[in-house]
Design a protein around this ligand. Structure first.
Ligand code: SF4
Length: 228
């Protein structure tokens, strides 16, 4: 029996949430904080490195620099030394200090809970702004990156007309419609889609055979397991 679009969306949310609770990376510390500064720090540290590497640095970084002011006042060499295990420490340190300076000078040391204001911060685009809104501001926003886009396109058979789908307002609207209104569920759902995309619905050779949502997936029905 064909499920309706509404039913498919509900099944998708439920299955992703269930999957994340069993197999997701729930231990990542930046997924368990509501401190907007900590979320920004994590987003900057995670660039061009792995979560495993960042876990080793993140907590010590926040212990030493728990606020934008403390980072702004810190000696640049001490900041770089702390981030050396992640690589590109000069660039990382400079970007984080610029971020801290902007928060202190422009927003009186308080990270704003407003998407447009967040995007005024250097190095903050739609995705990082959404991470802060979702994790610290009580707003059930989608974390739309290329991984989430891939899953959405495959499961729902939609395709962005833009070359850079993560800048497509239609994709943002579609993704927003998928996010549960309940904040806790919204967080679990978003983190679930990201992990699911990395571990199951991979860019190459998706693991459709062990996928819990294959029954509602357009890609599975049309490409991976077409009916004769
Ligand atoms: Fe991705 Fe395959 Fe699952 Fe569809 S069935 S969501 S393509 S892993």
């Amino acid at each position: 029996m064909q499920s309706t679009d509404k039913e498919r969306i509900e099944i998708f949310k439920l299955k992703v949430i269930e999957w994340y609770k069993k197999y997701g990376d729930t231990y990542l510390p930046w997924r368990n904080t509501s401190d907007p500064w900590a979320l920004l720090v994590a987003a900057f540290l995670l660039r061009k490195t792995t979560a495993t590497q960042v876990v080793k640095v993140y907590e010590e970084f926040l212990r030493r620099f728990p606020t934008p002011e403390s980072l702004l006042e810190a000696d640049r060499y001490i900041v770089e030394e702390l981030m050396r295990p992640l690589g590109i420490e000069h660039q990382r340190s400079r970007h984080l200090k610029e971020l801290a300076e902007h928060i202190v000078r422009r927003f009186g040391s308080k990270v704003p809970c407003d998407k447009e204001k967040l995007k005024e911060l250097p190095g903050v685009g739609d995705y990082v702004a959404s991470e802060v809104l979702l994790g610290a501001c009580g707003k059930p926003e989608p974390l739309l990156d290329r991984n989430m886009i891939r899953v959405i396109e495959r499961v729902f058979g939609v395709k962005s007309a833009k070359k850079r789908p993560h800048t497509d307002p239609n994709m943002w609207s579609f993704a927003k419609m998928l996010v549960p209104n309940n904040l806790e569920e919204a967080r679990i759902f978003n983190y679930g889609v990201l992990d699911f995309a990395r571990k199951i619905c991979t860019a190459k050779n998706p693991k459709c055979i062990k996928c819990p949502i294959r029954d509602i997936c357009c890609y599975y029905m049309l490409v991976a397991n077409p009916k004769p």
